[in-house]
Write a protein that binds this ligand. Structure first.
Ligand code: HEM
Length: 509
């Protein structure tokens, strides 16, 4: 962040003038006489900057729905921000109109730190090339060939849960990390300290921090600051950006170097990267940046949903019992459930939907950028607006879900009365829809059925051995994860414990 030397009045004067100029020079718009959507009253020059919540903004946006309706407008330092609070508005705009598929580059994170080169931040031809690389790899039939690479880390995770159940969050984190690095690079990681896991996690956390309201440096609003030299007083943001950019280059470049060396030595495990490299029509740069996007986009989201799964099972034992009974009825003999069992597990299918809905992993989805002026519902939506679909509001909307706070897979059971399918909105929208949706879904399926087959999950115990309510906190970045809670994880029987050990002996990680 920029550090203002004390008494640096010239700088603050310059800042005020710049803000005023920005305010006055806002692009003239073609509103066709339609108003902007309603929202909290903006203040002079800074607009709604002080209204933007720093923590869990989806909660405030949901509360504002009562007052302002399904489409809400905010303006912060020249940026129009539109919050969509209904499924209809999200679907009509983000699914059906292509002009909503842009992204809004942040000066610090995307341009100076270089994150704009990753798929989820990129735009135009680069983004299209990334999506073309990813499409074949994530088709359901291609993923089937990868199923053993999911089963191996799953079995390792079951053993880790058996040995040290209190470390379940670490085991889940390592499990999701292993599945993605194996899929992306064919590389095996043994601990969560491996740079393939630690470096992207650290980078992602930093990029989120640097984009939060109040944390982002001034350059995000005063773009000309990007051109001041790094040695200039107060320009530490430029020096930091340079260091962090180098780390990001290493994060995406180093694993690809390893894959190439393995390919040359004839020992590469087939992966997204090796398959793309074999086709010489692709540019190595595109392969590198698409591959580097997968860990960031896929690991935290999948981990968040697995964390919610433990919370849901601990607090809804009736759901757990029914799901276990269904699995027991399908998996005969001494075996773990597999992908082939999925079509015979309809209640598990409902449970997976409920998992997506109950605590959505990405409660405000990723913001889209409107690329042309648009008109909807009697409102004017200006070009360049940053559009947030408030997935949290939708998932908790009583108009769609009976008793939304309850984890209740039965709401999806009867096709004739089923409530709104969360797969229609938790993975995003239109051409920007999650590229790894099938992979994430397959990972969650395998984890949920494997864990339910061998473990009972219940509430934590107090010092006298009585069950107590889990105490939960929620992360507040792009991904919101249930954190800090404890639960009791025990093998369902001695036989279940033996099954885990035998499964690991049969297919070691
Ligand atoms: C299982 C949980 C997951 C959830 C809930 C989820 C959700 C999302 C959401 C909401 C978006 C933004 C979509 C939009 O802008 O409209 C997204 C984008 C993306 N996801 Fe996922 N995701 C998950 C897993 C994964 C996995 C496992 C991978 C890859 C291995 C992945 C790769 C991506 C990529 C590359 C994008 C960027 C798409 C683009 O901008 O074109 N995701 N995801």
């Amino acid at each position: 962040m920029i550090e203002l030397p004390q008494n640096f009045t010239i700088f603050s004067g310059l800042l005020s003038v710049s803000l005023a100029v920005l305010y006055l020079l806002r692009k003239p718009t073609k509103s066709r006489g339609l108003p902007l959507p309603p929202g909290p009253k903006p203040e002079f020059i800074i607009g709604n900057a002080r209204h933007l919540p720093a923590h869990s903004p989806w909660l405030q946006y949901t509360a504002w729905r009562e007052k302002y309706g399904d489409i809400l407008h905010l303006e912060a330092l020249g940026n129009h921000i539109i919050i969509l609070n209904s499924y209809k508005a999200m679907h009509d705009l983000l699914d059906l109109r292509q002009i909503y598929s842009g992204r809004h580059p942040l000066q610090m994170v995307d341009i100076l730190m270089g994150w704009g080169r990753l798929t989820f931040s990129s735009q135009g031809e680069t983004w299209r090339k990334h999506r073309r690389l990813m499409r074949p790899a994530f088709q359901k039939d291609k993923l089937a060939a990868h199923s053993r690479n999911l089963e191996k880390p799953m079995r390792a995770c079951l053993l880790e849960l058996l040995r040290s159940p209190e470390g379940f969050q670490d085991h889940l984190r390592l499990f999701t990390g292993r599945t993605i690095t194996m899929f992306t690079y064919g590389l095996k990681v043994d601990t969560s300290k491996d740079p393939l896991i630690e470096v992207p996690e650290r980078g992602f956390a930093r990029s989120i921090h640097m984009s939060l309201p109040g944390q982002a440096p001034l350059v995000d609003n005063l773009h000309f600051l990007r051109y001041i030299p790094s040695w200039f007083p107060g320009a530490s943001f430029k020096r930091n950006a340079k260091i962090w950019r180098k780390e990001l280059d290493g994060m995406v470049g180093d694993p690809v170097k390893r894959v190439k060396a393995d390919m040359a030595a004839g020992i590469a495990v087939p992966s997204f990267t090796s398959t793309c490299l074999e086709d010489t029509t692709h540019s190595e740069n595109d392969i590198m940046w698409s591959a580097g996007s997968l860990y960031i986009a896929g690991a935290d989201t999948t981990h968040a949903l697995l964390s919610s799964f433990f919370l849901a099972m601990a607090t809804h034992p009736e759901v757990q019992k029914r799901a276990q009974a269904e699995i027991d009825g399908v998996v005969k003999g001494n075996a773990l459930p597999t992908f082939e069992d999925r079509e015979n597990l309809p209640y598990i299918e409902c449970l997976l939907k409920e998992l997506q809905r109950w605590i959505p992993a990405v409660p405000l989805s990723l913001p889209h950028r409107l690329m042309e002026d648009d008109y909807y519902g009697g409102y004017f939506l200006p070009e360049g607006s940053i559009i947030f679909p408030n997935v949290w509001a939708l998932s908790q909307d009583e108009a769609h879900y009976k008793d939304p706070k309850r984890f209740w897979p039965e709401r999806f059971e009867n096709p004739e009365t089923a409530e709104l399918d969360p797969y229609k909105y938790t993975f995003g929208w239109g051409r920007r829809i999650c590229a790894g949706m099938n992979f994430g879904d397959a990972t969650l399926y395998l984890a949920v059925v494997s864990m339910l087959a061998v473990f009972n999950i219940s509430k934590p115990l107090d010092e006298y051995g009585n069950e107590v309510e889990p105490e939960v906190t929620f992360g507040t970045g792009v991904v919101s994860r249930a954190e800090g809670f404890k639960c009791t994880i025990r093998p369902r029987s001695d036989n279940a414990a033996q099954l885990i050990k035998a499964a690991v002996d049969e297919m070691a990680w």
